[in-house]
Design a protein around this ligand. Structure first.
Ligand code: FAD
Length: 386
């Protein structure tokens, strides 16, 4: 066991940190104000600089590094903002990983390299109006006939909805009830029968477009089936990695907040001395530091222990749940320590608080993670319906 980063990892972290700070920090406030995503030109630059698909094999256009390396880079981008980090998140831990692991090579070879180069963005669409935490209640259907699959249904809360170039749609692909009938199909933008609702106005996540997705007799070739009916557990395996990405996005809100507030409390004076000289402030800072470091270690452990590139449900749920919780607390304390400046939109701290709440609902709310954790500890699932 070795808790030190290698020279290569440190160099990668430094490169990501410098790029994010110099080139992305000036964009974050504007993206939050306009709610427009980062430009496609900038996403292409991410690709050229090697910040996309870091943990995807080289033969599919990635860097061929590990999950830890991908998450190290992701945190540096997330420290600036969720919106600027989102393309890194999608390319390293998003639905593209399900494609890489489970799709027909003809499909993965067509799509994944384009994601790594920044030419394509792929989003995941699981949730529906009646299926959130109870994901296996989803009702979208895909009927197989003549070498095609025809999808019908309505999806909700898709991050990237309307903006992304392709969507991994969770759908029923057989008559089997519950999880057994569920698989996933890739649908590309522009396919007849695929349409989007109005852009959502969320509390945070500004610059990460979100919209409903409608599928009306939307027909794609069978080759686009990434996981057939019966493969729900495979989708969840790929999702264990996405959970580490979610945790890292939350961590980035917290570690970025801590970094900024640390400078602030040394500069801002009240009662004739810097805020940091008050013991109450010191205690808050120490607690924030402990929370951030513990979250980072849990996430890296989950990523480093991943078998076949995909972490365990226990490690990834512990990492996500803890990171989600502390991000809400750390960013809340950072807003508090900055007083009115923390509450003002001008200084960007309140954005971190808003985004932290989003990450703690997206990808499974905190309490659902806790039921996952308890189930993994005991070794059996708890039926939430009985
Ligand atoms: C910012 C953001 C981004 C998102 N991005 C995507 C995306 O890209 N693709 C996608 O498919 N979905 C996305 N989602 C949807 C997300 O996955 C769901 O919101 C999430 O799974 C919770 O579902 P729900 O909102 O329907 O809440 P519900 O399922 O209605 O749950 C509401 C609350 O009830 C409680 N609860 C529910 N069931 C239980 C239980 N069994 N035990 C204990 N407590 C329970 C929890 O506190 C939970 O927070 C996103 C959501 C957000 C907020």
């Amino acid at each position: 066991m070795d808790f030190r980063m290698s020279d290569e990892q440190l160099a990668l972290q430094e490169a990501a940190r410098a790029f994010a700070k110099n080139e992305l920090a000036p964009l974050a406030a504007e993206i939050d104000r306009t709610a427009q995503p980062i430009s496609r030109e900038m996403v292409k630059r991410y690709g050229e600089l090697g910040f996309l698909g870091i943990n995807i094999p080289e033969e599919l256009g990635g860097l061929g590094l590990g999950n830890v390396e991908a998450l190290v880079v992701l945190e540096e981008f997330a420290k600036i903002s969720s919106a600027v980090a989102f393309p890194v998140f999608e390319s390293c831990v998003g639905p593209v990983r399900a494609l890489e692991h489970f799709a027909e090579p003809s499909l993965s070879k067509r799509i994944v390299p384009e994601v790594c180069s920044g030419d394509k963005i792929v989003a995941v669409s699981m949730s529906e109006p009646g299926a959130g935490s109870a994901l296996t209640d989803l009702t979208t259907t895909g009927k197989l006939a003549d070498g095609n699959v025809t999808l019908n249904g309505a999806k909700r809360w898709c991050s990237g909805g309307g903006h992304s170039d392709a969507y991994l749609i969770y759908t029923r692909l057989s008559e089997d009830k519950g999880a057994k009938g569920i698989g996933a199909v890739l649908v590309e933008k522009g396919t007849a029968g695929l349409s989007f609702g109005a852009p959502e106005e969320l509390m945070g996540f500004r610059g990460i477009p979100s919209a409903d997705i409608y599928l009306d007799d939307c027909t794609v070739p069978e080759e686009n089936i990434v996981v057939p009916a019966g493969g729900f557990s495979k989708l969840m395996e790929a999702f264990d990695l996405e959970r580490c990405g979610n945790a890292t996005m939350a961590l980035g809100q917290a570690s970025g907040a801590l970094q900024e507030v640390l400078e602030y409390v040394q500069e801002r004076e009240q009662f004739g001395k810097p805020l940091v000289d008050f013991q109450g402030v010191q205690i808050k800072l120490a607690e924030m530091q402990m929370q951030v470091e513990a979250a980072r270690l849990l996430i890296w452990r989950a990523a480093a222990n991943a078998e076949n590139g995909l972490p365990s449900i226990l490690d990834s749920s512990v990492g996500k749940c803890f990171s989600n919780q502390i991000a809400r607390e750390v960013t809340g304390n950072a807003v508090q320590l900055m007083g009115a400046y923390g509450y003002s939109k001008q200084y960007g701290m309140e954005r971190r608080l808003r985004d932290s709440w989003g990450w703690s609902i997206a990808g499974g709310a905190i309490d659902i993670q806790k039921t996952n954790i308890a189930a993994a500890m005991i070794g059996r699932r708890f039926d939430q319906r009985r």
